[in-house]
Design a protein around this ligand. Structure first.
Ligand SMILES: *Cc1c(COP(=O)(O)O)cnc(C)c1O
Length: 367
């Protein structure tokens, strides 16, 4: 039995007719950038997230970068980010010229630890970027309270958490703004690069619409030094099809995660911890194991693909070796050595999940 980590082809085939029709509609419309599909997707995704505005952009990293730029963040400023995240969260800050200030995660949730966030605030801090990592919402209430106290902004990195709930509220509307990625492997994935920003701030939304489009609201009139980062019509049309199925696909992930949790509860693995206020959407199902490398290798020998998110924390990457590591990075470094992501996705069958479970049990008992 071969069990892939994620099956993107199956994700296409399930909705093939609808997706093909959407694509052909765009091809025949003769409109490919900033047209009716993009506008419709922005409306629909804003409604899904329960916010007033959605601004489609080229990818998830641009979504984060453009918000920071729109807030005027740049050289001399500091932005607080998690030490445990995909590096794009950090890169977005670095591209504004601001300094990355990393905080070590909560050891149970692997997400931002609000106590460490407050300790990291300085006079130069302009924003906090909590990441809803692995599809688990970050603890937003204390983070928002810290932001209010010090008058700084909160930008959710929701790239892995489309549809996740924090105290019953969807991600994307939990801070001052949010960045989403629709990279093909995300819970809501496009067929290429795509991203979006959500916010309830009218002024920010208006500024972002110019910033993503050469700094222009009116063609050939340029108010600010903008970028070219737009969500194109084909990706928007395809995303509109998939958005209608997002809740059902997330529900399948939730069901598979439930099986993993139930069937692996009595093993030596540390299973994901879900706080009472969180309803995760399981972008990844991440376990912790002291003998992680050997477990991954033995699963691979049985045809099961398990991956590591992420093997090298950003502060240990060559790209960041000239900046100081977070003053305590012990937890993020330990996680990088012990975390393992098991296969999960809307197209993983239950019998495949049981096969992963029995392979893990076999490997762990013979260790
Ligand atoms: C995927 C991802 C991004 C970047 O999104 P792209 O669309 O690939 O640019 C940012 N942050 C996190 C946490 C991600 O997982």
């Amino acid at each position: 039995m071969k069990i892939p980590f994620l099956d993107l082809k199956a994700a296409y085939l399930e909705l093939k007719e609808e997706l093909d029709a959407a694509l052909s509609r765009v091809m025949n419309s003769g409109s490919f950038i900033l047209g009716t599909e993009g506008e419709a997707f922005e409306r629909e995704f804003a409604a899904y997230c329960g916010v007033r505005h959605c601004i489609g952009v080229g990818n998830g990293m641009d979504a984060l970068t453009l918000v920071l730029k729109a807030w005027g963040i740049g050289p001399g400023d500091e932005v607080i980010v998690p030490a445990n995240t995909f590096i794009a969260t950090w890169l977005a800050v670095s591209h504004t010229g601001a300094s990355v200030v990393a905080v070590d995660p909560d050891e149970r949730t692997y997400n931002m630890n609000p106590e460490k966030v407050e300790a990291a605030v300085t006079k130069r801090t302009k924003a906090i970027i909590p990441v809803h990592l692995y599809g688990q919402p970050a603890d937003m209430k204390p983070i928002n309270a810290i932001a209010r106290k010090y008058r700084i902004k909160v930008l959710e990195d929701a790239a892995q958490a489309h549809g996740a709930l924090y105290e019953g509220k969807r991600t994307g509307g939990l801070g001052d703004a949010a960045g989403f990625s629709f990279y093909p492997g995300k819970n809501l994935g496009a067929f290429g690069d795509a991203g979006a920003i959500t916010t309830n701030d009218d002024c920010l939304a208006q500024r972002l619409r110019a910033l993503r489009n050469y700094g222009s609201h009116v063609k050939y009139v340029h108010e600010i030094i903008g970028y070219n980062s737009r969500l194109d019509e084909m990706q928007a049309a395809l995303l509109r099809v998939r958005l209608k199925h997002l809740d059902a696909w997330n529900a399948r992930r939730i069901e598979l995660a439930r099986i993993y949790c139930r069937e692996l509860a009595d093993t030596a693995l540390v299973l994901p911890y879900v706080p009472a206020w969180a309803q995760p959407v399981w972008h990844l199902f991440v376990v912790r194991c002291k003998s992680r490398d050997s477990l991954q290798r033995k699963l691979a020998e049985k045809g099961i693909a398990a991956l590591i998110h992420y093997p090298i924390p950003p502060h240990l990457q060559h790209a960041y070796n000239s900046i100081l590591p977070p003053n305590d990075s012990a937890c993020s470094e330990k996680l990088a050595d012990e975390l393992l992501s098991l296969p999960i996705g809307p197209h993983l069958r239950e019998d495949e999940v049981y096969a992963v479970i029995s392979a893990i049990r076999q490997i762990l008992t013979h260790n």
